[in-house]
Design a protein around this ligand. Structure first.
Ligand code: NAP
Length: 251
């Protein structure tokens, strides 16, 4: 299998895209640390991983806490001997007109979505460098300025994901010579709790008209790409931001 003998950490993995990525990595042979801000449900994902014949470890880790992030990496190395793959997936979103955004809205979003990825990448890269092999996969968004598009009501989220794109490039430049590839995945609209608001507000049909594929993405669509980026097959890809949006950005 593509990820035999690899150890992966996935943040924000008790549900949604993170959970699906954790299971997909395990299906390809990796042992997986399932971490989230609350340990609730992480153990259930670990049980599913064990059902696939791999090892899992459920850990509470708030990605905004340096102490918890460093503890997560320490415990991963203690359990599995190394860390090869990090999927920086944990993220939050909230919707507000720009003029109503509070300092707290801004800080919370930037702390989880951007600082969290920095803290996790820094902690794992030190371990990966020892083995001269690593994969850091940052979950960004098509809503990240630059390569993507801007949406109303999420200026703080867009800024955080734009930061993720910039961080990805900067880390790729510094870490690729040490054997650590760093890439970003930029999802469009993926069918998780995060897009529930679209369904509840009756905007889904309108949105689907703008997506050439005519459907929301599924977490598995993102997981398939994450497995590829985690594997040796993607050896020559670093510093890339890969859009996976059913063609939305073409419209
Ligand atoms: P989700 O269903 O809301 O899951 C996010 C997970 O992150 C939850 O388990 C959440 O924990 C966890 N989390 C939140 N704050 C955390 C923190 N401080 N530390 C650790 N974990 C934390 O979202 P999703 O749709 O799977 O999104 C996953 C990633 O994809 C995010 O980075 C998101 O921005 C990105 N993305 C999603 C879409 C989409 O359409 N769904 C599109 C573009 C990008 P709780 O369960 O406790 O809240």
């Amino acid at each position: 299998m593509k990820l035999d003998n690899k150890t992966a950490i996935v943040t924000g993995a008790r549900r949604g895209i993170g959970r699906t990525i954790a299971l997909a990595l395990a299906k390809e042979g990796a042992n997986v640390v399932v971490s989230d801000i609350s340990q609730e449900d992480c153990q259930k994902v670990v049980t599913e991983i064990e059902g696939l014949g791999r090892k899992g470890l459920a850990l509470k880790c708030d990605v905004t806490s340096r102490a918890e992030v460093e503890d997560m990496v320490r415990r991963t190395v203690a359990e599995f001997g190394k860390v090869d793959i990090l999927v920086n997936n944990a993220g939050i979103i909230s919707f507000k007109p720009f003029l109503e955004l509070t300092d707290e809205d801004w800080d919370n979003t930037l702390n989880v979505n951007l600082k969290g990825q920095f803290l996790c990448a820094r902690a794992v890269a030190k371990e990966m460098a020892k083995n001269k092999w690593g994969r850091i996969i940052n979950i960004a968004s098509i809503s990240s300025g630059g390569c993507g598009i801007a949406f109303p009501l999420i200026a703080h989220y867009t800024a955080s994901k734009g930061g993720v794109m910039a961080l990805t490039e900067a880390l790729a430049l510094e870490l690729t010579p040490q054997g650590i590839n760093v890439n970003a995945i930029c999802p469009g609209a993926i069918d998780t709790d995060m897009v529930k608001v679209l369904k509840e507000s009756g905007q889904l049909e309108q949105l689907l008209l703008r997506i050439p594929k005519g459907r929301l993405g599924q977490p598995e669509d993102i997981a398939n790409l994450a497995v590829f980026l985690a594997s040796d097959e993607s050896d020559y890809i670093s510093g890339a931001a890969i859009v996976i949006d059913g063609g939305w950005l073409t419209t």
